[in-house]
Design a protein. Structure first.
Length: 237
């Protein structure tokens, strides 16, 4: 968590310096600051941040306007800090997409505590999403990020079209697809031109993932219908 990148935007340099000092003392080593919205948006285009603290009253842009712009491409936790403390102001802030609203004056240690709580949830969610990019079928795994097939711990080369077909099956396990459906989803054609096209690629996949391609345990033929990729749980008696 201490490696999390934090951006603080406020036109009062005293507040920026105080918050940065407190965060540094709490072990956060990557804290960036800006005194206006324009510079902050430019920095957000260059770097990925794990949490943003944003003053609502800035000299050039409203914090509410900035929040709308940030939320178009960033889902990191976003805090508003503001001298406006009415319930309406807070509700407006949450309606614009903030995750927390802190009123001035504030206790910097309370800010750090709230930040830690939000970061723990956000980074935990991010790690789960990264893990979900690896689809595990026991004997083999498909790494969607690296576009890589791993069989029994070793990378196995795939042609682009074989990989696309396998990835489609892996994203839709235990579902039956006809040749026509597979051709449409993977090749992008409305009409199956060559009946052998799908069959040839199915055979190539089986040669890569099955112990015995002639007796497939994963990529099954459903007689008279099509094919489906069976997970380990479904293969157990």
């Amino acid at each position: 968590m201490e490696n999390a990148r934090i951006l603080i935007v406020d036109d009062e340099e005293a507040i920026l310096n105080m918050l940065k000092l407190v965060f540094n003392k709490e072990g956060f080593t990557s804290v960036h600051t800006c005194t206006n919205g324009t510079d902050a948006l430019h920095l957000l285009e260059q770097k990925k941040f794990d949490l943003i603290i944003l003053d609502i009253m800035l000299p050039d842009l409203s914090g509410l306007e900035m929040c709308r712009a940030i939320r178009k491409g960033c889902d990191a936790p976003l805090f508003f800090i503001s001298a406006k403390s009415s319930d309406l102001d807070k509700l407006t802030g949450f309606a614009h997409g903030c995750d927390d609203y802190i009123t001035k004056p504030f206790n910097p240690l309370e800010v750090v505590a709230r930040v830690k709580a939000q970061l723990q949830r956000y980074l935990s969610k991010e790690n789960k999403e990264k893990q979900s990019e690896i689809l595990d079928f026991g004997r083999f795994q498909l790494n969607l990020t690296a576009a890589e097939l791993i069989v029994e711990g070793k990378p196995v080369p795939c042609s682009a079209q074989v990989y696309r077909l396998l990835a489609f099956f892996c994203k839709h396990p235990n579902q039956v697809f006809t040749k026509e459906q597979l051709y449409y989803q993977v090749w992008g054609e409305d009409q199956l031109v060559d009946d052998n096209t799908v069959m040839v690629h199915i055979r190539k996949i089986r040669e890569k993932i099955e112990k015995d391609p002639s007796k497939p345990q994963y990529l099954k033929t459903i007689r008279g219908i099509g094919y489906k990729l069976v997970t380990e749980e479904k293969r157990k008696p």
